[in-house]
Design a protein around this ligand. Structure first.
Ligand code: CMX
Length: 135
């Protein structure tokens, strides 16, 4: 599988406004974008460090996967996203190796990226995402 780097780490938070102060005031990172992804029922905030981003995730509805995650586990690391040159191909490869897919094919995520998720029950409990630059 042609993965190049960790594209981002998603962190579920109760409030982006409150969480931002830790990343900005303590770690000295700069929030460069805030975006709502209606399809995923989340608001996101992005910070960059090297090639990797931190994506803060705040639920916009009680039905959001992030709201359910926080209700069960509290705030914390929600998913890890790997950069690939072809999300559909990476999903197919994972499926062929016995991993259950959440997404059968790529869809649009934050920042115009194409994304696809693997089921955490098949990835050692770590929700895993593939990302590629939007085509
Ligand atoms: N990491 C690890 N495990 C997770 C998880 C996560 N982020 N989210 C849910 N789970 C686990 C739950 O703890 C639960 O485990 P148990 O059965 O042992 O209790 C199990 O998965 C089922 O969880 P659930 O709360 O009943 O939720 P669903 O089955 O309805 O959905 C999942 C789970 C992973 C399929 C769903 O959250 C999903 O489709 N996630 C992908 C999309 C997403 O998370 N979008 C938000 C981010 C979008 C973005 O980055 O832009």
């Amino acid at each position: 599988m042609n993965l190049s780097h960790i594209e981002h780490i998603g962190i579920a938070v109760n409030s982006i406004e409150e969480a931002k102060t830790y990343f900005e005031d303590v770690l000295g990172l700069k929030c460069y974008a805030v975006e709502e992804v209606a399809d995923q029922k989340v608001k996101t905030a992005f910070f960059k460090i090297g090639e990797t981003k931190i994506e803060l995730l705040e639920a916009t509805s009680e039905e959001s996967p992030v709201a359910k995650f926080i209700a069960k586990k509290g705030q914390g690391i929600h998913h890890i996203a790997f950069a690939t040159d072809d999300v559909d191909k990476s999903l197919k490869e994972a499926e062929n190796k016995g991993v259950r897919l959440i997404d059968k094919e790529k869809r649009k995520g934050a920042e115009g990226l194409n994304i696809g998720f693997l089921h955490p029950k098949f990835t050692l409990g770590v929700l895993t995402e593939f990302c590629e630059k939007g085509k």
